[in-house]
Design a protein around this ligand. Structure first.
Ligand code: SAM
Length: 269
């Protein structure tokens, strides 16, 4: 099962996005006789079930909401979290850079709250697979709950383990590490990646990147890229089109590399 419902009318069990007037939104699974309390009044689920996608409903105070199928970006932004999560601007580029497409076999660590997990699960399809490693059991419980909201549980294997002890798979197409010290696990990455496979990581500070670069060169990784994605939103008003007042100025740097042949290069530091 997945969250993109079939047909053009909402039904009980569908995950819906209720979009208010000021782009504020709620994500709710539709349940008969349930209601949703919002700052703009109560919305009764019974009034939402059986509506055409894209139609407008009103709260008990008369405030309007549109009913949409949630997009993957809205699902990620709405993910319940206990950790820093990854954002759309970074995830989109990661998928392209690491060729994470239908059929790919992928490893990620750590699972965290599972925001990247959900996107990779959506993208690799039924013929691909994601192995998601996490040292803290309680994080994976939350990530599993987040994933179950959109389905695709059968595309992800959660492994509760310190990656210091290595990965259990080999010949993996792409490995992404979202944890503070990826430079400590490059041997493990190399052992699990297919020859030429894609490695990627996200690091918040340049000091960490320097440490990583030294290890990547030594362990025969090629085609190394360090980048940062900036995204600027504009307020969509025809008569005062301009950037919004606030901006996320920094999430992290992205580092990518390909696993080349050879194990240790002591001379290229
Ligand atoms: C920033 S969070 C990952 C967030 C995740 N990418 C997301 O989008 O929700 C980092 C996670 O890495 C886990 N972690 C740190 N070191 C680890 C290790 N050696 N092995 C496995 N997991 C680890 C932490 O417990 C934490 O949950």
């Amino acid at each position: 099962m997945n969250w993109i419902g079939n047909g053009d009318v909402t039904k009980e069990g569908d995950l819906v996005l209720l979009m208010g007037q000021r782009q504020n939104y709620h994500l709710v699974p539709l349940r008969k006789d349930a209601d949703l309390q919002t700052h703009r009044g109560i919305v009764y689920h019974n009034n939402l079930i059986g509506q055409r996608w894209g139609s407008k409903v009103v709260s008990h105070k008369g405030n309007p909401f549109y009913i949409f199928q949630p997009g993957i970006e809205e699902i990620i932004r709405n993910t319940k979290r206990n950790t820093q999560i990854m954002y759309a601007k970074d995830i989109g580029y990661i998928l392209l850079k690491m060729s994470i497409i239908n059929g790919a076999s992928v490893i990620e660590a750590g699972t965290g709250s599972g925001s990247l997990t959900q996107v990779i699960a959506a993208v690799v399809g039924n013929s691909g697979h994601l192995y998601s490693y996490e040292i803290r059991d309680e994080m994976q419980k939350l990530a599993k709950k987040n994933l179950s909201r959109i389905g695709f549980e059968d595309r992800v294997t959660f492994i509760n383990k310190d990656i210091e002890d290595g990965f259990e798979q080999e010949n993996i197409n792409a490995i992404f590490l979202d944890l503070p010290n990826p430079y400590d696990y490059i041997n493990q990455v190399k052992a699990a990646l297919m020859p030429g496979g894609f490695f990627g990581t996200l690091l918040p500070t340049t000091n960490q990147i320097v440490k990583l670069l030294v290890v990547l060169r030594r362990k025969y990784f090629a085609n190394i890229e360090v980048s940062e994605i900036m995204l600027r939103h504009y307020q969509p008003e025809a008569n005062k089109l301009r950037p919004t007042d606030r901006m996320v100025a920094h999430t992290g740097y992205l580092i990518f590399a390909r696993s080349a042949s050879g194990q240790e290069n002591k001379t290229s530091l």
